[in-house]
Write a protein that binds this ligand. Structure first.
Ligand code: NAD
Ligand code: LMR
Length: 329
């Protein structure tokens, strides 16, 4: 046991529905590995502290050998003290009929103090992963308020969209999902995102060639992925939770694990101007990891259809950024 590693993870919204799926997977060792002891800093707002105590009781009752300790708090100094990872989930989910962007006025304000507190109290290697919607712009707000934390330590989640897109391609082509690779989600985690079928592969071949139905790819495929969150809200009466938690596990692992040769994963990162995307937007790109940091995959080509789709989602994110100027200046 002497060689065990340790990681300290803050999770906001820890009494919420996503956290209820996620925390048990972290505490079991599934996220950081069986060689890593985990400390969980569980952060909630005051009215949810009693429910959070119930979640902590259940975590205790699992007797997870890798769960070293838990700290329950509604105070950001305590919550972010010395943490290596901040998983920012806590915020209000949308209801039927809303776009995620409609949440900006409700949720945006949460991420300024959290960014400030992460900069003050977290460990020097902290990485911040934002799930609360609208997650790209909330990540931008946290990043802009976290003085001294390098901008490449901030991520927002487009992995659920990637996973959704992979499954749609697998079903259409009648293959198992692990045959689908190189599935990039460009732009915003919203109904303007561009699931890039042009660069996706099925069994190593271009997805378009395997599927042979460009009209389906441009139409039903894209709109199913773009609207999947809303379809789940409609069917379940509340937004995706277990699949979101699963995508958090996939995303975080994809940041600290070297990417499989020739493949890439989808994450929203701080644009350095790649593909003409304005610098500083928190933008969904195809990225690869070397096990320590990620970089955007460059040199992919796009036809006019893809260029227009990427321009549309860029415009939406630029608009969201201008809605929150008072939180980021
Ligand atoms: P939920 O309502 O079940 O839980 C949210 C929790 O956050 C609640 O317990 C609430 O008390 C807490 N909270 C609110 N404000 C907080 C704050 N300032 N600090 C700490 N905790 C706070 O919601 P959920 O289903 O778990 O979803 C959480 C968020 O994740 C929503 O914004 C949802 O839209 C988003 N989401 C994103 C993706 C994605 O792919 N990026 C996927 C699914 C859900
Ligand atoms: C999702 O994609 O399922 C989440 O972002 C929740 C939502 O509001 O759609």
């Amino acid at each position: 046991m002497g060689d065990m590693k340790k990681v300290k993870v803050a999770v906001t919204g820890a009494a919420g529905q996503i956290a209820y799926s996620l925390l048990f997977r972290i505490a079991s060792g599934e996220l950081f590995g069986l060689d890593t002891k985990v400390t969980l800093n569980l952060i909630e707002i005051e009215p949810a502290m009693k429910a959070l105590e119930g979640v902590a009781m259940e975590l205790d009752d699992c007797a997870f050998p890798l769960l070293e300790s838990m700290e329950l708090s509604s105070d950001l100094k305590t919550g972010f003290d010395g943490i290596n990872w901040a998983l920012l989930i806590g915020s209000v989910p949308r209801k039927a009929g809303m776009e995620r962007r409609d949440l900006l006025s409700v949720n945006g304000g949460i991420f300024k103090p959290q960014g400030e507190a992460i900069a003050r109290y977290a460990a020097s290697d902290v990485r911040v992963f934002v799930v609360g919607n609208p997650c790209n712009t909330n990540a931008l707000i946290a990043r802009k308020n976290a003085d001294g934390v390098p901008e490449d330590r901030f991520f927002a989640m487009t992995r659920l969209d990637q996973n959704r897109a992979m499954t749609q391609l697998a079903k259409k082509s009648g293959v198992a999902v692990d045959n689908v690779s190189n599935m990039a989600i460009w732009g915003n985690h919203s109904s303007t995102q561009f699931p890039d079928f042009e660069n996706a592969r099925i069994g190593g071949e271009p997805a378009e060639k395997v599927i042979g139905d460009r009209a389906w790819l441009e139409g039903e495929f894209i709109s199913t992925v773009q609207k999947r969150g809303a379809a789940i809200i409609d069917a379940r009466g509340s937004s995706s939770a277990a699949s979101a938690a699963n995508a958090i596990v996939d995303s975080v692992r994809s940041i600290f694990t070297p990417t499989k040769d020739g493949d890439w994963v989808s994450l929203a990162v701080c644009s350095k101007g790649e593909y003409g995307v304005p610098e500083g937007l928190q933008f969904g790109f195809p990225v690869v990891s070397d096990g320590n940091s990620v970089r955007v995959v460059e040199g992919l080509s796009h036809d006019d259809f893809a260029r227009q789709a990427i321009a549309k989602t860029t415009e939406e994110l630029t608009g969201e950024r201008s809605e929150v100027v008072e939180l980021i200046s």
